[in-house]
Design a protein around this ligand. Structure first.
Ligand code: NAD
Ligand code: DAU
Length: 395
């Protein structure tokens, strides 16, 4: 039986991952460590923390006493570190907390794990660790910087031959450029957020090299799906369309992101944790680049269609159905230092670990919008912060 310490599991990807492993494995124990910042909502995982296999701890990954105690007391095998300040716009406003949580928090987790997992040392003085332990750092494609956009329109290419046989035969690679990020691409972070994530990656790799700790890093592209906090592009646009509010598109709206359905990311994390070779980095991407303005238009089209067909959904609208159209799109000032294009080459994880992005974007985005229509109460809760305050009193 494996015991997990999952940090940041009250947030978007962490909560999806928690639900995923609880569904997948009967015989596990999970300790959730989350500070419940504005982005963490205990309501998201309220059913999961009632599960006998789960213990919830409200606390900061930077807290050495708490983290050391948790790793020792629960005899942790796997640490999966999702906890982070994750929003680029906020990092532009207030960089410091990003360095504190993302760099110092990660370093504290590693330092505590190093001490708690140590069982002795070899003849060269290198620590020896408890059998089967692993530290997995959830990183981002943003550490690689920004790529050029070579095409104005999306190109649907054949999947490169070395991996084509490993993924569904009807999949294509949708791209706007010729270059991709591989694990060997030099790091070139350009925002305080991505610089802090790159700093964390370097610390993880330094601990792996210096103290021979068993680690992996996954670098993933933009996730979308259920429980995504409505400050990020897709959930914000869904919320604003339903309310008939302006849809703020930064700059010319032609920046490109590589979109991955969150459950596909969770599968990748689990595969890397269990089968990834210690010390390795794995890029995780969706073969699915899209420019922001086309995403925003798609969100409008799908909501228009779904609310037009279903009276219950139509009732959710805080505007007239007729008002749902492209006139809601409002071009606003560009994000400072806005990265133009991200594009992941996931060849390594496909070839070495057999993972591939299963969900097609047109299916994933529809599922996501339906989830938001069915879960308006969740949106109200995370926005109001009342639920968060209520749970803070409880813990
Ligand atoms: P999120 O902002 O939705 O959730 C972050 C969670 O971490 C929240 O529950 C928050 O309460 C918790 N947290 C923040 N600071 C903490 C601290 N000091 N101690 C303990 N808990 C703390 O983030 P997300 O979008 O789910 O991203 C999760 C991870 O994945 C992050 O490390 C992010 O960099 C990475 N990532 C995200 C994406 C994406 O598209 N969202 C893509 C690639 C990588
Ligand atoms: O690439 C992975 C990264 O994806 C993660 O590491 C980050 O944690 C995650 O937040 C995400 O970062 P982005 O900056 O790409 O995501 P965001 O949803 O903030 O923005 C996506 C694109 O949409 C980006 O080009 C900026 C643009 N945008 C965003 C918002 C919130 C808008 O045009 N309008 C908006 O209102």
């Amino acid at each position: 039986m494996k015991t997990y310490l999952i940090t940041g599991a009250a947030g978007f990807i962490g909560s999806n991952y928690l639900k995923y492993v609880l569904r997948l494995y009967k015989n596990i124990k999970v300790i959730v460590l989350d500070e419940l910042t504005y982005a963490g909502n205990l309501g998201t995982i309220k059913e999961n923390i009632q599960d006998k296999r789960v213990n919830f701890e409200k606390g900061n990954i930077k807290d050495p006493v708490l983290v050391k105690e948790l790793i020792s007391k629960y005899n942790i095998d796997y640490i999966v570190n999702f906890a982070a300040e994750s929003h680029v716009d906020r990092s532009i406003e207030n960089p410091q907390i990003f360095l504190e949580t993302n760099i110092l928090g990660t370093q504290n987790l590693m330092e505590c794990a190093k001490a708690a997992w140590r069982t002795g040392e070899d003849k060269n003085g290198y620590p020896i660790y408890k059998e089967g332990v692993k530290f997995l750092q959830i990183s981002t494609d943003e550490v690689y910087g920004s790529l050029a956009k070579d095409f104005e329109e999306p190109q649907n290419l054949e999947i490169p031959s070395e991996i084509a046989g490993k993924i569904a035969s009807d999949r294509k690679l949708q791209t706007y450029g010729k270059e991709f990020f591989t694990e060997k691409t030099s790091l070139d972070p350009r925002s305080p957020y991505s610089a802090s994530k790159a700093g964390a990656d370097f610390i993880v790799l330094a601990y792996a090299e210096t103290y021979k700790m068993p680690v992996n890093i996954t670098r993933c592209s933009n996730n979308y799906g259920p429980f995504h906090f409505p400050e990020k592009l897709i959930p914000l646009m869904i919320k604003n369309v339903l309310e008939g509010k302006a849809l703020p598109v930064y700059g010319d709206g032609k920046n490109v992101r590589d979109w991955l359905y969150v459950e596909d990311h969770c599968k990748a994390i689990d595969i890397v944790l269990r089968n990834g070779k210690a010390g390795e980095i794995y890029n995780v991407g969706g073969f699915n680049e899209e420019q922001n303005i086309r995403i925003v238009k798609l969100v409008i089209d799908i909501i228009k269609e779904l609310t037009g067909k279903n009276a219950e959904y139509k009732n959710i609208l805080k505007t007239k159905w007729e008002n749902i159209n492209y006139n809601l799109i409002t071009y606003v000032q560009d994000r400072l230092g806005h990265d133009r294009r991200y594009a992941i080459d996931p060849t390594k994880i496909v070839n070495e670990l057999g993972w591939y992005p299963e969900t097609k974007f047109e299916d994933g985005i529809r599922k996501t919008i339906i989830w938001y229509l069915d879960n308006q109460k969740w949106v109200e809760e995370v926005i109001s912060g009342d639920y968060q305050k209520y749970y803070e009193k409880m813990y």
